[in-house]
Design a protein around this ligand. Structure first.
Ligand SMILES: Nc1ncnc2c1ncn2[C@@H]1O[C@H](COP(=O)(O)OP(=O)(O)OP(=O)(O)O)[C@@H](O)[C@H]1O
Ligand SMILES: [Mg+2]
Length: 400
């Protein structure tokens, strides 16, 4: 049952395509209270008679509202459901949870999961109005668990398959796991990610990095290249004679603007740029270090591990050994002896991968050898909680 409230728009009107508020509840009284509260605060409100489970299901399929109310009354594991919800809806959505227990631990856990407020029944209209007001004016100040996860992808040297793996993982998370994903290709002169995703690179990324002060919501709306409903791309194809390496401050500033919009931000970092973004690499993140299986690659892995530093609770490097069995590969045992640690992920050399990557993502997604190899990676990326990126970016930007 869906109804819309026809009330006056307030100053914080959402774009027309986006419903301002969605309410999932089966409780008639709750519905009445919320109708009264929202009438003068949001232009559109959609009431759906359903549980938090239904909210998870629906938001995986459609655009998120600015404000989302979910009723967890009777749910045996409300915090787990809210965490699922956080995975499928845009980080910029303000979530208000309604329930039937007055439990301080539940309250704390829900706040830690990133919800704006938790209210138990009977609802007090004035408190809800207050929460809605502050949610509409202060969206970005959500706790860290509602920010993006960063996945940095670095090839130890050219041609080892970094872009192929970055686009495959970003695509899989968006299409199969229904996460909202952005892929940022920092190789401004190659446009490889766009080629693999069958998208047309634009000049906007270059502009965004050159003049960060221009980047606002409107700019991003135009610059983001929609690949699929859940996957967007930021990629340029600048003239080959250019040689601008974006400054770290501009990359951080761009990441900051992207992180309230996407659950996952993948960054394809050309090897030659790594030295100019040392602070970015220290952000809470997963760093995918992609190598080939040759002796040269094995040596490179050791050198890169030294540059990237040891894993911490917030930052983890995963070594993806790609193209095993190709001409010039070391036997597994020999590779392990040189590197000293087994790879986290192994993907065989398969001509079908090379062919599919030229035909686009739909073909790559069908490559069994690639998908089998990447399956544990998908689980690792999707399972890790996001932590602390926002506060760290704030700190770095203030300093730089
Ligand atoms: N496991 C694999 N088996 C066979 N071919 C592969 C495999 N992985 C990647 N390739 C192919 O290798 C080529 C280089 O891949 P890709 O462009 O992803 O590498 P890269 O590390 O991003 O290179 P660059 O340094 O140019 O950015 C592509 O044609 C790709 O299809
Ligand atoms: Mg590449």
């Amino acid at each position: 049952v869906t109804e819309e409230l026809n009330s006056a728009s307030v100053g914080t009107a959402a774009p027309p395509s986006r419903v301002s508020a969605m309410i999932f509840t089966r409780d008639r009284t709750v519905e009445d209270v919320l109708r009264g509260c929202l009438e003068n605060l949001v232009p559109t409100a959609e009431f759906i008679k359903g549980t938090v489970e239904m909210a998870v299901e629906q938001l995986a399929q459609r655009a998120s509202p600015r404000l989302l109310f979910v009723d967890v009354s009777g749910s045996p594991e409300p915090v787990a459901r809210i965490n699922e919800l956080a995975q499928v809806c845009e980080p910029g959505t303000g979530v208000i949870v309604l329930g039937d227990t007055n439990d301080i631990r539940l309250y704390r856990d829900l706040r830690n999961a990133g919800v704006v407020e938790y209210f138990f029944k009977p609802l007090v209209g004035s408190l809800i109005t207050q929460a809605v007001n502050s949610a509409l004016t202060g969206f970005v100040e959500q706790p860290s668990s509602r920010t993006s996860k960063f996945v940095f992808v670095i090839g130890v040297r050219g041609g080892v398959g970094a872009t192929t793996l970055a686009t495959s993982a970003a695509w899989h998370l968006a299409e199969e796991l229904q996460r909202r994903v952005l892929l940022l290709d920092l190789d401004l002169y190659a446009g490889d990610a766009a080629l693999q995703l069958d998208a047309v690179p634009t000049h906007a990324l270059y502009e965004a990095l050159e003049r960060t002060e221009r980047v606002d919501d409107l700019f991003l709306e135009r610059a983001l290249i929609p690949v699929s409903p859940r996957l967007s791309l930021l990629a340029s194809l600048e003239p080959i004679d250019g040689s601008v390496i974006p400054s770290e401050a501009s990359v951080l500033s761009l990441l900051e603007k992207l992180m309230s919009r996407y659950r996952y931000v993948f960054v394809d970092i050309p090897a030659g740029m790594v030295h100019s973004v040392p602070q970015m690499l220290q952000l809470p993140s997963i760093c995918l270090l992609v190598s080939g299986a040759t002796l040269v690659s094995a040596r490179d892995v050791m050198r890169w591990r030294a540059i990237l530093g040891p894993n911490t609770p917030e930052r983890k490097t995963l070594h993806i050994l790609n193209r095993t069995g190709s001409h010039g590969s070391l036997p597994d045992a020999e590779f392990l002896r040189v590197v000293g640690e087994p790879p986290d992920i192994t993907i065989p050399y398969d001509r079908a991968i090379g062919i599919a990557s030229k035909l686009g993502m739909k073909e790559l997604e069908k490559c069994a050898s690639l998908q089998r190899g990447l399956a544990p990676l998908y689980a690792m990326i999707a399972g890790e909680p996001a932590r602390g990126q926002r506060s760290m970016i704030d700190r770095l930007l203030r300093r730089t």
